[in-house]
Design a protein around this ligand. Sequence first.
Ligand SMILES: [Zn+2]
Length: 92
Amino acid sequence: METCFFCETRPADPPSAVEVQLRGEKLGTRKTGFKQYTTTYEGRRVPVPRCSACAEIHRKQRRSAGTSTVLGTVGVLVILGGFYMGGWAKSR
Ligand SMILES: [Zn+2]
């Protein structure tokens, strides 16, 4: 029997398994000389074994996910801003 991927102690509960959407590559248009084509990589769904206890934890976490997403976005912007300002300062 499979063990839960998250706590690694309890046995996995098949109905509680979670499908993780792996993000596909950027949809891009490539130009190679005279030929132009669009590359599309579909994101893959990978099943991850999970126990019912972890499923419950994740259900609760999702309720407060809105806040953490906003905080995460702000964090990324701050980091990007730092890189940008650093590069700008160096070039002067
Ligand atoms: Zn678990």
